[in-house]
Design a protein around this ligand. Structure first.
Ligand code: FES
Length: 190
């Protein structure tokens, strides 16, 4: 299964984006960057990253060069210009986790998903983070995070089961989104 974001690319969504851009522009006269940030969040919430099509669209709507939009998006670490998986997996690299076998957990994640740290699986379900500082849960070391979910005392043999839960979740969510996109498209044609 490919976690396809193309299904999210609907005319209705782009109309919603235009409305939002107009709102932000009117609320922030002369302050393009202030208007741009929430717009980029809106785009990233939808696609998981800022696709080139959205960069062009937003730049045109705000009357700024695409390089300006790219510059702002790359300045803030929470925006990504690269497609990312539906879930970001990270293993704490702090000292407590390191001494309790975090590296073996990370190695097992990479082995299971067949990627290196920093890479995204071809089905777009997981991105494995290449860095994670102490998550403040040292008593539960080694700690693995999937988005905001903390998995404590993880052993390499737990990895497969944990990842499987999220693969199932991604599949389910994708089905729901496809159904919603269909309903959305149908309701606009009626
Ligand atoms: S060292 Fe891993 S949570 Fe602190």
């Amino acid at each position: 299964m490919l976690y396809q974001r193309e299904v999210l690319d609907t005319p209705e969504w782009w109309r919603g984006l235009d409305e939002m851009i107009a709102r932000e522009r009117d609320a922030n006269p002369g302050a393009v960057q202030t208007a741009l940030i929430p717009v980029l969040h809106y785009v990233q919430d939808r696609f998981g990253y800022i696709p080139p099509k959205a960069v062009n669209h937003v730049a045109q709507a705000l009357g700024v060069p695409t390089s300006y939009v790219c510059g702002v998006a790359s300045f803030y670490s929470y925006f990504s210009m690269e497609p990312r998986g539906a879930y970001t997996v990270s293993v704490c690299q702090g000292t407590a986790c390191f001494v309790r076998g975090a590296q073996a957990v990370l190695d097992e994640i990479c082995r299971q998903l067949n990627v290196k740290p920093g890479e995204t699986t071809p089905d777009m379900v997981f991105t494995v983070s290449d860095s994670a500082r102490c998550l403040g849960a040292c008593g539960q070391a080694p700690v693995m995070m999937i988005d905001d979910d903390v998995h404590a005392h993880v052993r390499p043999r737990d990895v497969q089961g944990i990842l499987a839960q999220y693969t199932a979740k991604a599949r389910h969510e994708m089905q729901l989104r496809e159904e919603l996109a269909e309903i959305d498209a149908r309701s606009h044609h009626e």
